[in-house]
Design a protein around this ligand. Structure first.
Ligand code: PLP
Length: 385
């Protein structure tokens, strides 16, 4: 179906932070498949993990134990707030599992009337009917109604609105610590701490969507760590598979109390191939010093972007984001900037609020930062002229 506005370019192969098209042209990949290929293309450790598993067993279903699931789940539990994990193939499925955990928790603990979830304006949680119903954005929902009921939306960052929206029916608050598709809008520490406090006060669950922000993207394993809070439920995807379709819903044992045998499932979720890659991704992201290096190079890129905003104030309005989840708010159309960058051999991703997202693989160095800043500078001179 023609549901995508695709750029007319076909990539044949990738190497680290670069992609090569069928004509042999090289592109600096600051799109990373929309924050997915966290370790660039054809990373030897990931290729080795996938091919090794491919020679053993691809798929057995969840009728049987899957050793790779047990190992990856244990590693996720050991490094996060979570006690338990459900594996999926995508972000939307991980998010939807999280939503089911939230509703089931209240039903299993004697409060079945608590089923509504507070969400935020400009949120994005995926493209299932429930996920678009939660986000409510016109461009996502138009023509797909009636929508799934049970979502009360308030302004991102506004704790007063959150408090006013809580009723006896509220089950959870669902938030992206940094809104990605919404335009790289960072939820500040006070806001996230405030949400945790409100959840504790009312006995409701804090459900984080870290599908885009997680797995090292912001310079911490998960973005909520910056605020020093712990969620009850969390959806993860994108970077965790490094390009192999993989998602996960993490939860505390208390929050997942209702998720007993038979309550949820997936044919492919936690497939041995995905688990092998996920485990290899964990090796890389947990390597000593890796997250610090993401933070450092993110700061370096950000300083360069701040410089571009200063030099080209008629083209770039501001820099947003954390770590290597960065956004440039544009004055000309962001889609024009993205297309021109591509012409100059650099890939980026448009986001809401006229922002260009810069989502490089987490392995970039000084050289790629310089290259990106040069391409952005060239585009700024072109459109600002
Ligand atoms: N939630 C967030 C914050 C996302 O950024 C995305 C994807 O962009 C999703 C959910 C949906 O993930 P997927 O496209 O893998 O279903």
């Amino acid at each position: 179906m023609p549901t995508y506005n695709r750029a007319d370019v076909v990539f044949e192969r990738g190497e680290g932070p670069y992609l090569f098209d069928t004509a042999g042209r090289r592109y600096l990949d600051f799109a990373a498949g929309v924050a997915v290929t966290a370790f660039g293309h054809a990373h030897p450790h990931l290729v080795e993990a996938l091919t090794r598993q491919a020679n053993k067993v691809w798929h057995t279903s969840n009728l049987f134990r899957v050793a790779g699931q047990e190992k990856l789940a244990e590693r996720l539990v050991a490094n996060t707030f979570a006690d338990t994990v459900f594996f999926t193939n995508s972000g939307a499925e991980a998010w939807e599992c999280g939503l089911k955990v939230c509703r089931k928790y209240h039903s299993a603990t004697g409060n079945p009337q608590r089923w509504r979830v507070i969400t935020f304006e400009q949120a994005f949680h995926g493209r299932t009917l429930t996920a678009i119903s939660a986000a409510k954005q016109e461009k996502l929902v138009k023509g797909f109604g009636p929508l799934v009921d049970g979502f009360d939306q308030v302004a991102f960052g506004n704790l007063n609105e959150v408090r006013n929206a809580i009723t006896d029916e509220t089950a959870a608050i669902c938030v992206e610590p940094v809104q990605g598709e919404g335009g790289i809008r960072v939820g500040d520490e006070d806001f996230l701490k405030g949400l945790r406090a409100v959840c504790d006060e009312y006995g409701i669950l804090l459900f984080l969507d870290e599908i885009q922000t997680g797995m090292g993207r912001t310079g911490r394993l998960f973005a909520h760590e910056w605020a020093g809070i712990r969620p009850d439920v969390m959806a993860v995807a994108k970077g965790i598979g490094g390009g192999f379709p993989l998602g996960a819903c993490l939860a505390t044992e208390a929050a997942a109390v209702g998720m007993i045998a038979g309550t949820h499932g997936s044919t492919y979720g936690g497939n041995p191939l995905a688990m092998a890659v996920g485990d290899a991704v964990m090796d890389l992201v947990l390597a000593p010093g890796f997250l610090e290096s993401v933070e450092r190079i993110g700061e370096r890129l950000r300083r360069g972007l701040d410089g571009l905003v200063e030099t080209h104030p008629t083209v770039f309005a501001e820099v947003r984001g954390k770590g290597l989840l960065l956004g440039l708010k544009c004055i000309p159309a962001n889609t024009d900037v993205v297309a021109r960058l591509r012409d100059h051999g650099m890939l980026s991703v448009p986001a809401g609020d006229n922002v260009v997202r810069l989502l490089p693989p987490l392995i970039i160095g000084e050289e790629q930062v310089e290259e990106a800043l040069a391409a952005l500078g060239r585009v700024a001179r072109e459109v600002g002229a």
